[in-house]
Design a protein around this ligand. Structure first.
Ligand SMILES: [Zn+2]
Length: 138
């Protein structure tokens, strides 16, 4: 089975399942596939998303995975807070100081924009971006 995300000229998007891409193509050419909102056959195929999970365990698996991921990120955050210095908004400046002066080997953490992060990486400064999980959120 193959899942297609379909976009209609009316602006709506919806999902539809087909046996394979050939089946989709033939139905599409015959204009059998219609928009579920306005019944138009002016449909365009957008991103293809294979989905191997069965409907019955989809939700519980996802939740469990997210919980595990959340826990790991939370542990990671605790580790960073314990072992590194919070430099807040000065992250990119502090990262450069450490990189060029090599005075301290202590890790730092703080906030940086995507632009600042890519600049640091271009200069050969090791930085990593992690999702910052809120402790209260659970
Ligand atoms: Zn439509």
């Amino acid at each position: 089975m193959i899942k297609y995300n379909l976009t209609c000229k009316c602006g709506e998007t919806f999902e539809s399942w087909f046996i394979n891409s050939e089946e989709f193509d033939s139905l599409f050419k015959k204009k059998i596939i219609k928009c579920i909102y306005c019944d138009s056959s002016s449909i365009n195929k957008s991103v293809m998303a294979p989905n191997l999970r069965s409907k019955s365990n989809k939700i519980s698996k996802k939740t469990k995975f997210e919980k595990n991921l959340k826990k790991q990120l939370l542990d990671f955050r605790k580790y960073i807070e314990k072992n590194c210095i919070d430099v807040g908004e000065n992250f990119s400046r502090e990262a450069r100081t450490i990189h060029y002066d090599k005075k301290t080997s202590k890790g730092i953490y703080g906030r940086a924009t995507a632009e600042e992060t890519s600049e640091l990486l271009e200069e050969g400064i090791e930085v990593a971006t992690i999702p910052w999980i809120d402790k209260s959120e659970n």
